[in-house]
Write a protein that binds this ligand. Structure first.
Ligand code: UD1
Length: 339
């Protein structure tokens, strides 16, 4: 089965391409390279043994997507990763985010409209804001978005539900990711932040390797076990496998319409837990300090994964130590083998 993977050269996309091939699918990658490197295609090829088909194109351009649908008419599914995702930048440049994230989604849906397709959408736990009850279930209310980025995820979920309700041929699964970290076991692919990393784990690994002087823990006065924020960190390979599970579910005749799943481990770790896990698994001491809170951070969130375990038949297998060890192997690899 042929699966279009938009954003397939990005962090989660590249790992998903590998897992799709492992599961017997044929990925077709689309990426505009705005936040990825074309050499990741060669890295993927080194893992899977061949270079997958790749189209460099901007999905927010309607004409390009129409052309794509003509050139790739016989696809069975779409996994839609391609989107801008920097929370802070989205507050500064909301139109950039709304334009890219919505136009891309709508162009894709319109261009393939009428075909019976399975569509997996990259959503985020950001839709829950600060949940009242933890672990948070899929039934928890979606909170008013804290950023234009978060808003694009919420509205995209609504667009997809409206489209399914209208009787289209699409079957849609939204996956609400918690915090994806780590890298492939070969260390040939991993997270490749452009500029100064905004996320915790790439900042940790870049500090450990000496690219950054120190890491700041954003606040230690939260109502959590050690005062730093709690997140549900999930290994990117487990997350990639969740996409294969979502396709398998959508392929079943019994699956109709639309559904949404939490994709996390079901466990929370504080920022300091993550730092200590990194030090423990790698033996590298991190230069860190406690700083002020970061605006917009939620205090604690981790997912209830009962629904994904039961209905998707998927469960995260790798823990925080494996996440840290693989992220570190990747950082060392990329330092020695710059792309
Ligand atoms: C947020 C969003 C997530 C989105 C992601 C995209 C929420 C709850 N999550 O993730 O949906 O997909 O951005 O980038 O809105 N931290 C430090 N020091 C650092 C960096 C981070 O202490 O240098 C802390 C943060 O305060 C936070 C944790 O590490 O508590 C994780 O931060 P980060 O990796 O940026 O992810 P989120 O903010 O959880």
């Amino acid at each position: 089965m042929k699966i279009l993977v938009t954003g397939g050269l990005g962090f989660i996309g590249s790992h998903t391409v590998v897992e799709l091939v492992n599961a017997g699918y044929e990925p077709v990658i689309v990426d505009d390279l705005s936040n990825s490197d074309p050499k990741i295609l060669d890295q993927i090829a080194r893992i899977i043994g061949y270079k997958p088909v790749f189209h460099k194109l901007d999905l927010s351009n309607e004409h390009s997507v129409k052309e794509l649908a003509v050139n790739e008419p016989d696809i069975d599914g779409i996994i839609h990763f391609a989107a801008f995702k920097a929370v802070g930048e989205s507050v500064q440049k909301p139109l950039k985010y709304y334009r890219n994230n919505f136009y891309s989604l709508i162009n894709l849906l319109e261009s393939y409209y009428g075909k019976p397709l399975n569509f997996v959408f990259s959503s985020s736990c950001t839709v829950y804001g600060q949940p009242e009850h933890l672990p948070v279930t899929e039934a928890a209310p979606v909170q008013p978005a804290q950023s234009p980025y978060g808003n694009t995820k919420q509205i995209a979920e609504e667009i997809l539900q409206d489209m399914v309700a209208s009787g289209s041929n699409y079957k849609v699964i939204s996956l609400r990711y918690f915090n994806p970290v780590g890298a492939h076991e070969t260390a040939l692919i991993g997270e490749l932040p452009i500029g100064v990393p905004q996320n915790l784990v790439p900042f940790i690994t870049q500090t450990a390797i000496g690219k950054r002087q120190k890491i700041t823990v954003f606040g230690n006065d939260y109502n959590t076990p050690d005062g730093s924020c709690v997140r549900d960190y999930i290994h990117v390979v487990d997350l990639a496998k969740a996409h294969v599970a979502a396709l398998k579910l959508a392929e079943k005749d019994s699956f109709k319409g639309y559904d949404v799943f939490n994709i996390g481990t079901g466990k929370g770790n504080t920022v300091l837990d993550v730092i200590h896990a990194f030090e423990r698994t790698t033996g590298v001491k991190l230069n860190y300090e406690i700083g002020p809170r970061r605006a917009g951070d939620v205090e604690k969130v981790w997912g209830d994964v009962t629904k994904s375990t039961n209905k998707l038949g998927w469960k995260a297998e790798l823990g925080i130590d494996a996440m840290m060890a693989s992220a570190w192997e990747w950082e060392k690899y990329i330092a020695q083998n710059p792309l």
